[in-house]
Design a binder for this molecule. Structure first.
Ligand SMILES: [Zn+2]
Length: 251
């Protein structure tokens, strides 16, 4: 179906570009923050088994997972505040204009522990459009194994805290990254970018969201799109999400 944005431009709902990484019990399910793999287990009681293969009437499985550690998820400021605000209450509009931006992180020697950090600097965000509501960052290299990595103890790429004020000034409401976090893995719990983007504690912003662990395939060009950002309806600081892009086409 073609959905027209105005007299000329439209999106084709038959051509979704899915940015989500699915949650599965495959060994290759991504992981971060030192969590074990997710588990999918049939419910078993004395009288019943939740597995058709094992003779039960239906497949009825318990799933144990962590929204932050196991797959694509969207979070709100409740991630870092003492009150656990629910991301499910924050998003009321699911479509917006978005920009895909490919960034090659800058390598910087971290003085505190001598590790080579890969950082998305504030300078690299200066080209962000101020006519979009969402920014989708694809980092280079963009190997498809991003969908299967165990990021724990790998010091993944993160964003320089100075980039947050640039994104706020440009009116970015939704930030999406193909990383396990916008902050450094080992930062003593400071989460400086999260705090800066949500302006916690001085001026807490309840509208902005951060989506982590997406994958933007190479056949998606940089540029402007319509983003549909759908979340599972969890009452929690973070929820599994499915960001989908649509190319803006001209008739
Ligand atoms: Zn998270």
């Amino acid at each position: 179906m073609k959905l027209f944005l105005d007299e000329l431009r439209f999106i084709d709902t038959e051509k979704p570009l899915d940015l989500s990484i699915e949650l599965s019990d495959d060994e290759g399910n991504p992981r971060a923050w030192y969590v074990e793999p997710p588990t999918f287990e049939p419910v078993r009681t004395e009288h019943y088994t939740g597995s058709v293969e094992e003779g039960g009437p239906v497949n009825f499985r318990d799933i144990f997972f962590n929204p932050h550690g196991h797959s694509t998820h969207t979070e709100c400021l409740g991630h870092i505040t003492s009150e656990i605000f629910s991301v499910n209450d924050r998003i009321r509009e699911y479509f917006c204009k978005a920009q895909v931006l490919t960034v090659k992180p800058t390598v910087i020697l971290n003085q505190s522990d001598g590790l080579q950090d890969k950082v998305i600097t504030a300078d690299q965000l200066c080209n962000v459009s101020d006519a979009v509501d969402a920014l989708i960052i694809r980092t280079i290299p963009n190997d498809v194994n991003k969908k299967n990595l165990n990021y724990s103890n790998t010091n993944p790429t993160y964003l320089d805290v100075n980039g947050a004020s640039i994104l706020i000034a440009k009116g970015i409401k939704h930030l999406l990254v193909d990383l396990p976090s916008v902050d450094r893995e080992s930062d003593g719990g400071a989460l400086v970018f999260h705090h800066a983007f949500w302006e916690v504690p001085k001026n807490p912003n309840h509208e902005r969201t951060i989506t982590e662990l997406i994958y933007v395939s190479d056949d998606i060009d940089d540029g402007e799109y319509i983003l549909e950002l759908q979340l599972a309806a969890f009452k929690n600081d973070a929820a599994p999400s499915r960001p989908v892009l649509y190319k803006i086409e001209k008739s």
